[in-house]
Design a protein around this ligand. Structure first.
Ligand code: PGA
Length: 250
């Protein structure tokens, strides 16, 4: 049985101008060439071709992906982006079910499950995001919420799909707030996710990488990554500048 891989994934959200994207890669490239781990960046859709071009200067160290995709094949869906188009353009992965997609754009577990299936069908690696709100944590509902999101998000996938899946646990109260979960709080939920995968006979319960996200910074990432079930980080704010992103990787 192989160990879960470690990933550092930058979620740029709706940030970074063309000039900022160019300067990010210019500053990152000399450093990141010496790093051996998996480093991924998800820019805005429209900047994916630019990021792919600029990422060549990292000697293939940085892979580029999307922050969302449509749940369906090509069709009359104004404003949507198809998983097939992401794949064709050269994207490696897609982030699905981010809490901002759930809260602002009304995505539910069923929609997210359809997006998972569509992405995997088109050979994209899919990162399924899960996590409880502050009210849910304070109401002792964290485990119930996370369990439902994991089970419904992964529902009906084939055993062969699991080599292309990671889960990101992102407590909503920690995203963009500066309030990072303590390593103990995060590890508790990560271990619970792994237990849920085992109990539901997930074929990759032990190998699947579970990333933590929510106010990860270069000065707190090490404590989090030392935990046995934390296999990487999904990072917003601290992934926008090359020195801080490289600080996370190092
Ligand atoms: P943050 O965002 O690192 O800025 O908290 C994390 C995320 O939303 O993935």
């Amino acid at each position: 049985m192989s160990q879960p891989k470690t990933y550092i994934v930058g979620n740029w959200k709706m940030n970074q101008s063309i000039a900022e994207t160019e300067s990010f890669f210019k500053n990152l490239s000399p450093e990141i060439k010496h790093y051996s781990g998996e480093t991924w960046i998800a820019p805005q859709f429209i900047h994916i071709p630019l990021a792919l071009e600029l990422a060549k200067s990292t000697d293939g160290k940085v892979k580029i992906g999307g922050q969302n995709c449509a749940a369906t094949d090509f069709g009359a869906f104004t404003g949507e982006v198809a998983a097939q188009s992401l794949k064709e353009i050269g994207a490696h992965f897609v982030i699905l079910g981010h809490s901002e997609r759930r809260a602002i754009f009304g995505e539910n577990d069923q929609t997210i499950n359809h997006k998972m299936k569509k992405s995997l069908e088109k050979n994209l690696f899919a990162i399924l995001c899960v996590g409880e709100s502050l009210a849910e944590r304070e109401g002792n509902k964290t485990f119930d919420v996370v369990k439902k999101q994991v089970i419904e998000g992964l529902s009906g996938l084939a055993a062969s799909d699991y080599k292309n899946i990671a889960i990101a646990y992102e407590p909503v109260w920690a995203i963009g707030t500066g309030k990072v979960a303590t390593p103990e709080q995060a590890q508790e939920v990560h271990a619970f996710i792994r237990k849920t995968l085992t109990e539901t006979s997930c074929p990759a319960a032990q190998e699947l990488s579970i990333l933590y996200g929510g106010s990860v910074k270069p000065d707190n990432v090490e404590g989090l990554l030392k935990c046995p079930d934390i296999n990487g980080a999904l990072v917003g704010g601290a992934s926008l500048k090359a020195d801080s992103f490289y600080g996370l990787c190092r």
